[in-house]
Write a protein that binds this ligand. Structure first.
Ligand code: KG4
Ligand code: ZN
Length: 338
């Protein structure tokens, strides 16, 4: 119902975010991305929790103020319980639970990866939510999973990465190329004017629907070392081609198992979720794949691909209205959560 107003708080990694939803509609979705990590080439956990601590209150207050919603109007507060960095999760979960307790309203612990998937159910002018069951390729900085989604709470992980996540592969390879963190969006941009078949990087294959990306990183490293020995400026001179070839290797790896799962399950609906689903070449490849296989494709609004409070709030909305609990009353954060 439209009278249900949920505040969603996300602090699992390096984005402090708060969103206010009225029913399934986003009123505000404030994301404060921590700049501090760029110089370190990756997220530094201790710095992340400190930055969350500094920004959580202003981010929540801005989300409420710009939504024109007072604290007293809130129905419930949803927060990311896990998986993620413990110090970061502690900031958001403690804040949410204290605020819920002060307002005497429920606080709802949310699973971060489920929230990435349920972001598809946020009200959107362009797209309707997927019907169950659907397959979801969930690709972020911390996870790479193929998920069979049968209901809001019935999600079966068919396959996942055995080492690095897809986003992690983008970020680690970007670091090799001397690009700042997060490297994914940068590689996306550079690849637009590069040749995806300029370099043939390794595409390691593992069993079943599982993925592996660490071999690609090693393959890029060895290839670059070989060229740099002959020309120290090799990376700078070929940055676009390298980026396009790396991106193609990641997309090929992702699509191979996805195609197999689509054929095996015969499911005609496909969604993609998580930060890497913002990648423009991946989106293009998925559109082509869906076209060829005559399946319905659901691409999330880019604003809800990377970590955001709105996906936490929409998950909280369904848990609240359907009286679902995913935690048997356990509220404390968990770094790892299947
Ligand atoms: O979902 P997300 O915001 O955070 C996690 O839960 O991990 O995903 C962040 C990841 C990072 O690895 C980032 O490099 C990647 O998503 N990413 C992209 C793009 N935008 C974000 N990777 C490739 N192309 C993009 N356009
Ligand atoms: Zn995420």
């Amino acid at each position: 119902s439209e009278n249900i107003i949920i505040l969603g708080i996300e602090t699992s990694c390096d984005d402090t975010s708060a969103a206010v939803l009225s029913g399934r509609k986003v009123l505000t979705n404030i994301v404060s991305s921590q700049k501090i990590h760029a110089q370190w080439g990756g997220v530094v956990p201790e710095l992340a929790s400190r930055a969350h601590h500094l920004s959580i209150l202003p981010v929540v207050e801005t989300a409420l103020k710009e939504a024109g919603v007072s604290k007293k109007q809130l129905t419930a507060i949803a927060y990311t319980r896990g998986p993620g960095l413990m110090g970061s999760l502690l900031v958001g979960s403690s804040f949410a639970r204290a605020m819920g307790s002060a307002l005497n309203i429920p606080t709802i612990p949310v699973h971060h990866m489920e929230a990435h998937i349920l972001a598809h159910f946020i009200e959107d002018e362009i797209q309707t939510p997927p019907e169950f069951p659907f397959l979801c390729l969930t690709v972020s900085g911390g996870h790479t999973q193929l998920v069979l989604v049968s209901d809001f709470t019935a999600m079966e992980v068919l396959g996942q990465t055995t080492d690095d996540a897809a986003g992690e592969a983008f970020d680690k390879i970007a670091k090799l190329l001397g690009l700042p963190y997060p490297g994914g969006p940068m590689i996306d941009r550079l690849a637009k004017s590069g040749n995806p078949s300029a370099f043939q990087f390794a595409r390691p294959v593992v069993a079943g629907y599982d993925y592996s990306f660490s071999g690609l990183k090693t393959s890029v490293l060895y290839t670059l070392e070989k060229y740099i020995a002959k020309d120290p400026d090799f990376i700078q001179k070929n940055l676009n081609d390298i980026a396009a070839s790396v991106q193609q290797a990641i997309i090929d790896t992702l699509l191979k198992k996805l195609l197999q799962a689509l054929k095996d399950t015969n499911i005609k609906r496909l969604a993609v979720a998580g930060g890497v689903s913002a990648n423009s070449a991946l989106r293009k490849s998925l559109i082509e794949l869906a076209d060829k296989m005559k399946i319905k494709l659901y691409l999330p609004n880019p604003a809800y691909c990377t970590d955001n409070g709105a996906m936490i709030a929409i998950t909280g909305y369904y848990y609240f209205t359907k009286k679902i609990s995913r935690t048997d009353g356990h509220m404390s954060p968990v770094a790892r959560w299947m």
